[in-house]
Design a binder for this molecule. Structure first.
Ligand code: ZN
Length: 370
């Protein structure tokens, strides 16, 4: 009997190691726009057997409520979580897709870990990066993946759009575009992305922040947590609460031939100051060694509570907020095969240009790095 169990375990493990899809069930909740969507996904015989999606706002939003079932049924019919959003209810649809994707990954990761065959980073603990900050800063603004593809790799993150057409904030499965006039749009899944970092967010640690005077003080408070948890992992963070002041920037869409980012921003950057505003900062921490692929330390984007204003954070004061940290120990990159990308000198030292692009305020000398 024991031998039979061993043999069975090896068979299962081999199957997992090659290509089989594991069975099981997982429930994941994600926060969409004004609602929390909860999806229970069940896999049987290697297929999606059922998808149940509910929203805590179903009564108030009839179209959204309909879309829950449409998207869930499409997943079962297609045996895939990669389905189209329902027009007129893209927010709810995208929340269902994000939750189902995470549930699917959790089922697969749990099965793999349980068999002891392979121990991948837990689902959701991979940081997905489109291109390099170094390619963006040198003026490679062509889209490399679509917004739809990006959402399959995470529900939380930051980035920009083709032609640096505004600042990207990804929050609770929705991609937001804070454009040059400071307002926020929701781009279609066909828009493309030249640079971004996303992950599926699950908080490993939270801390309360209050009376933080400026960016340097915020970074110091965040560094205390990172130093304790381990400074050589990535961290996606969400800082939600009341901000006493915040300065954000966006920029006008660039036309070809593209200029280097710091040169473009010197002319086409727009800035907005808000006081006593509620909202969320989505931030990325990269370890010191990431200097060749991204920028070490913190990069923050902000979106306000009603998702109408946002941008790349230049300065901030925190009245009271909660910071949630997702420690992330896997890394994946998407690169372009285009000749223009392949011909770039990506090992060139562009640290100065990155620093200018990240921190410079219109009409001022760049700030000293804190
Ligand atoms: Zn930014």
């Amino acid at each position: 009997m024991k031998r039979w169990i061993c043999a069975l375990a090896v068979l299962c493990a081999l199957a997992l190691g090659c290509c089989a899809v594991a069975d099981g069930s997982a429930t994941v909740s994600v926060r969409g726009i004004g609602e929390t969507v909860t999806v229970t996904l069940t896999m049987e015989d290697g297929r999606i057997a059922s998808v149940e999606a509910v929203s805590d706002n179903a009564e108030a939003d009839e179209r959204g409520a309909e879309s829950l079932k449409i998207v869930a049924d499409a997943m079962v019919a297609k045996n895939s979580v990669n389905v189209d959003a329902v027009s007129g209810a893209t927010g709810t649809s995208n929340a269902v897709i994000a939750a189902a994707t995470q549930a699917w990954l959790e089922i697969q990761a749990e099965a793999a870990a349980g068999e002891g065959w392979m121990q991948p980073a837990p689902a959701g603990d991979t940081l997905y990066q489109v291109a390099l900050l170094q390619s963006l800063v040198q003026g490679y603004y062509d889209g490399i993946v679509t917004v739809g593809e990006l959402k399959r790799h995470g529900d939380t993150g930051i980035g920009t759009f083709e032609g640096v057409n505004g600042e990207m904030i990804v929050l609770d499965g929705t991609v937001y575009q804070a454009v040059a006039d400071g307002s926020v749009a929701i781009p279609s899944d066909e828009e493309t992305v030249p640079f971004s970092n996303v992950t599926f967010f699950d908080a490993d640690e939270t801390c309360a922040l209050s009376d933080i005077a400026d960016m340097a003080a915020l970074q110091a408070a965040m560094n205390d947590v990172v130093d304790r948890l381990g400074a050589n992992c990535f961290y996606m963070v969400k800082i939600e609460g009341a901000f006493s002041s915040i300065r954000v920037r966006s920029e006008y869409k660039q036309e070809k031939p593209y200029r280097a980012l710091d040169v473009a921003l010197a002319e086409d950057q727009t800035e907005f100051d808000y006081e006593d505003v509620h909202g969320t900062i989505v931030g990325l921490y990269c370890p010191d060694y990431m200097g060749g692929l991204n920028t070490p330390g913190w990069h923050f984007h902000f979106i306000n509570g009603d998702r109408t204003r946002g941008g790349h954070v230049l300065q901030v004061g925190v009245a009271a907020a909660e910071a949630a940290f997702d420690q992330t120990d896997g890394f994946e990159m998407a690169l372009s095969r285009e000749a223009a990308f392949q011909d770039m000198a990506l090992a060139k030292d562009v640290d100065e240009a990155i620093h200018r692009a990240e921190t410079a305020t219109v009409g001022e000398e760049p700030q000293e790095q804190p």
